[in-house]
Structure formats: C-alpha cells, structure tokens
Design a protein. Structure first.
Length: 152
C-alpha cells in the first residue's frame, strides 16, 4: 500500500461553543463558515453547512465527529464525513479561539479517515476511496492534507 496525495482543504470556523463537561466528556461544537479544497482531480469550496461535534475525553484526546459539504468548481456536491483523533494541546486550543499562530502538521497526533459520498458521475470514484488525513490548526481555521490509500 502507498499513500497518494488526494487533496488539501481548509475550513474556517465560527467561535467555538463549549457545552462543558457532559457524561461523555467535554463537548465542543465548531460550526464551519466555509472553506476550500484543491487536489489533482478536483477543486472547489466548502459550504457553510457543516461542523465538528468534538468530544474531549478525560485523557485530553479529542474525538472528532465532522460533516461537511464540498461543492466542486464544476457544480458537483460531495458529502464528507469523518471521525478521527487529536491530542489536545494549548497551542491548538489557542488557535481555535483566534489566539496564537496555530500548529504545524506533526506537532500533535491529529488524524482522520475521510469518507466521501456523491451521486455526480464525474466524482463517483470518490465513493470507493479509502483515505486518511492529517490536520493542523490555524487561527479560527482547521487545515488537512488528505491521502488516498492505493495499491503499490
């Protein structure tokens, strides 16, 4: 197996809504204001319709639960959903509330497994992909590098 670059994307975030500590952990909701994506086979924008329902456990691990809608430059709609994990750090939290420069790829474990869904015949190949991604934080923004898991 090898990893091939599939796309990069970013999502601009509204101010976080912290629900506090629930029976399951500290629940934080991050609504997406929009964003963009680009890769060798597709390019477009992220619509203002998604978000992350992040749950931070007692060990400081964030469990991501994200949904978003991509719209390609040629008008196709692609639903994106992923779960993942991120080890919560102070620089990461500072970036999410607009303070500090953010983090770099690899600063903290931050990995997801995106799943794509579309009915547009130009992009149905995405329905069959297995992808992994690594993330980083910028002020009020999250960014990802997404890789296709391919056969050698």
């Amino acid at each position: 197996m090898k990893l091939e670059p599939l796309l990069t994307y970013y999502g601009d975030l509204k101010p976080l809504r912290d629900l506090g500590v629930t029976p399951f952990g500290n629940r934080i909701i991050a609504d997406v204001l929009g964003g963009g994506f680009e890769g060798p086979k597709l390019k477009g924008k992220i619509l203002e319709s998604g978000g992350d329902w992040l749950l931070i456990d007692a060990e400081g691990v964030g469990h991501l639960d994200v949904r978003a809608t991509f719209e390609t430059d040629d008008g196709a709609l692609i639903y994106l959903q992923y779960y993942g994990k991120v080890v919560i750090t102070q620089p990461m939290m500072d970036a999410l509330v607009g303070k500090g420069p953010g983090t770099e790829y690899g600063d903290t474990p931050f990995f997801t497994q995106p799943r794509f869904e579309t009915s547009d015949p130009r992009y149905t190949w995405l329905n069959r992909t297995v992808a992994v991604a690594e993330g980083r934080f910028r002020p009020n923004r999250v960014e990802y590098r997404v890789y296709l898991c391919a056969k050698d």
